[in-house]
Design a protein around this ligand. Structure first.
Ligand code: MN
Length: 268
């Protein structure tokens, strides 16, 4: 790439979309236990496979900086992680609640609210579907196993590998998800102990496990918003349907850019 070529021109030339990924907040051993921002490479690799570029959004409180970063990207990908603080959906902590990261909750809820307002495409994975639902005013089961009767084991970690196909899901015919997967029953991995209990505004349930647990939601409007409770990024090498989730997300980001123009284009 010509060094005189700006990033914006490169994206216009290649059609590559830029995906914002809010990071984990954690203390990293390699950095002497200091707080760090991190993204597991499985997510980055899945985007790379469909020709999309990741932009890591660090865990920051500065609203101006966050607003600058979300303005740069074509889409928002919310990834896995610890529990969302139930204060964000008006509940007291249940004994089954696990680790939380309040600074990341605030950042992700802010970014998700903005992305919903400007109709930016959102792909929300595992914790991501929960953040999406809470940002839309919905609620969560804080611990499925102790709050919901007769459920299967959805928390397969650490007994099984991350790509273990734990259970089937039933996808609503006619949904965006069914269209992408080209089938209405698929087997998925399952690495969650929470799930949606009450759906947020503007979202619809499009997949459930056979015990009734909500496994996927979409936007009820034209906006491309898809939340999945499983981890498709671990399955892209073995499943065309899972890779198709990422390419459909990329396509939605490209389409939106064609409508709203490249970020900052008004100054260029
Ligand atoms: Mn599950």
């Amino acid at each position: 790439m010509d060094s005189r070529f700006s990033g914006r021109e490169f994206r216009a030339e290649t059609g590559r979309v830029l995906i914002g990924i809010p990071a984990y907040a954690h203390a990293c051993d390699a950095l002497l236990g200091r707080d760090s921002a991190a993204i597991p490479n499985t997510y980055i690799n899945a985007l790379a496979q469909v020709g999309a570029s990741p932009l890591i959004i660090p865990v920051i409180a500065d609203q101006n900086l966050l607003s600058h970063l979300i303005d740069l990207v074509d889409g928002l990908m919310l990834i896995g992680g610890p529990d969302v603080d139930p204060v964000h959906y008006g509940e007291a902590a249940h004994p089954g609640l696990r680790q939380m990261t309040p600074s990341r909750d605030h950042m992700e809820l802010r970014l998700t609210t903005w992305a919903l307002q400007v109709k930016m495409p959102i792909l929300a994975i595992c914790r991501g579907i929960q953040v999406l639902n809470v940002a839309a005013g919905g609620r969560l089961w804080q611990d499925i196993a102790s709050q919901v009767p007769n459920v299967r084991k959805h928390d397969q970690h650490p007994d099984y590998r991350e790509d273990h196909l734990a259970h089937p899901i039933q996808i609503a015919p006619g949904s965006r998800l069914a269209d992408i997967c080209r089938q209405t029953r698929v087997n998925v991995n399952s690495l969650h102990h929470q799930a949606i209990s009450q759906i947020g505004q503007g979202l619809v349930v499009v997949a459930r496990a056979d015990d009734g647990i909500i496994e996927a939601v979409e936007s009820s409007s034209e906006q491309w918003v898809l939340g999945v409770q499983w981890h498709p990024e671990w399955l892209v090498d073995r499943s065309e349907a899972m890779l198709a989730l990422f390419s459909a997300f990329r396509d939605a980001c490209q389409s939106r850019r064609a409508v709203v123009g490249l970020p900052g284009a008004q100054h260029g």
